[in-house]
Design a protein around this ligand. Structure first.
Ligand SMILES: *Cc1c(COP(=O)(O)O)cnc(C)c1O
Length: 388
């Protein structure tokens, strides 16, 4: 039996497990039933109500990892984000959102919120004053994402939470990039933490899921809307996700270590003009990251020197795979200009600081020397191409 005061790896392994009282197996049994005998008139068990044995077990584990009273598991990160946002916003309300948001969240806002009669503003930057400046009389929610994608900017979570608390606003944070191993925003004053569990919580690039962690009161409200919207996760995937999270602590710590080594290697390389990683002393918010994070994470971005072609570079990589998603045990790389930010004009990208040679790297758990050798070889080949 684990208790909440235990270390992160113990919680990852044991917290919330369902005990097998029939056969004494050591892993949680999987309950696929969609029909349960009604125990009494108040408790009706049904997967869409977020209360099957496996869903409750996994929610307990995620709540413990975020040091939250309660949690809910969803069918995707976007199901978690949309349900959480719409719980605290109604027609006529206004929400302040960080300028640099995950693309799917950005689309949800700009494509749908007007239809719901919800007003929104995006901040100019990522400093706490940028959030304060956007607040209006009808503002109800502040939404942030730190570290951000793809430039790994760091927002002062405590400062933004304080600004919100003074005005009685609810703060929501997308904590996907940090994972609960590296950052627990509830301890810094945030009200609701959201994860795309497709990323670090799942960690093997084979599960689509989401999660929300908060106070019992907020979770009860989010569940109520969630039952109507219907974005729950199948119990089979819930069970797989519970299994994946057992190694979350050791995976993320290995990814933190690798990312820091690779960031230092890239920073010294003559064919790389810039590295964005909160764990580098050259990062403008290194001190802030050190204060509010327990580890600097496994995501980093870098720019190739002017004239080197990002697509040619990706083609030369052997171990690191070009891929859109992130946070798996395998290292992946993507060009924001060619993928997530392809629909923006060159000027818009430039305004956001996204150079054509920018590459976003999701660092895996491979041996660091193999990763460095792969990068070194690809850089050399790409520089040689240019000379021809
Ligand atoms: C992937 C991602 C999401 C969306 O999650 P899905 O599981 O794809 O719905 C949200 N936020 C961040 C930061 C992400 O990386």
């Amino acid at each position: 039996m684990s208790d909440k005061s235990m270390g992160i790896n113990t919680l990852c392994t044991h917290e919330g497990e369902v005990s097998d009282t029939v056969h004494q197996g050591v892993v949680s049994p999987l309950y696929m039933s969609t029909a349960y005998a009604f125990e009494d008139v108040d408790i009706k068990r049904y997967p869409r109500y977020f209360n099957t044995p496996n869903q409750l077990a996994l929610a307990k584990k995620i709540a413990a990892l975020e040091q939250a009273e309660a949690a809910l598991v969803f069918g995707s990160g976007m199901a978690a984000i949309s349900t959480a946002l719409l719980t605290f916003l109604k027609k006529g309300d206004h929400v302040v959102l960080q300028q640099t948001l995950y693309g799917g969240t950005f689309n949800l806002i700009v494509e749908e919120f007007e239809n719901f009669g919800i007003e929104y503003s995006f901040t100019k930057g990522w400093k706490s004053a940028d959030f304060e400046e956007c607040i209006r009389d009808n503002t109800k929610v502040i939404y942030l994402e730190t570290p951000s994608n793809p430039l790994l900017t760091i927002t002062d979570i405590e400062a933004v939470s304080n600004i919100a608390a003074k005005r009685g606003l609810v703060t929501l944070i997308d904590n996907t990039f940090a994972s609960p191993v590296n950052q627990n925003p509830l301890n810094l004053g945030v009200d609701v933490v959201i994860h795309s569990a497709t990323k670090y919580l799942g960690g093997h690039s084979d599960i689509l899921a989401g999660a929300v962690a908060s106070s019992q009161e907020h979770i009860d409200r989010i569940r109520k809307l969630g039952m109507n919207l219907g974005g729950t996760l199948s119990d089979y995937t819930v069970w797989l996700l519970e299994r994946s999270i057992k190694t979350l602590g050791i995976r993320v710590k290995a990814q933190n270590r690798n990312a820091r080594k690779l960031a230092r290697f890239l920073e010294k390389h003559p064919d790389v003009s810039r590295v964005y990683y909160p764990g580098l002393k050259s990062h403008p918010d290194y001190e802030l990251a050190k204060r509010q994070m327990k580890g600097f994470g496994g995501m980093l971005s870098f720019e190739l020197r002017e004239g080197l072609d990002a697509s040619a570079f990706m083609k030369e990589l052997r171990l690191v795979k070009p891929a859109m998603s992130l946070a798996g045990v395998e290292s992946t790389i993507t060009s924001p200009t060619l993928t997530s930010h392809a629909l923006l004009s060159a000027e818009e990208r430039k305004a956001q600081g996204i150079a054509d040679g920018l590459l976003r790297f999701s660092v895996g758990i491979e041996d660091k020397n193999d990763l460095i050798a792969d990068l070194e070889n690809a850089l050399e080949k790409t520089a040689a191409l240019k000379l021809k």
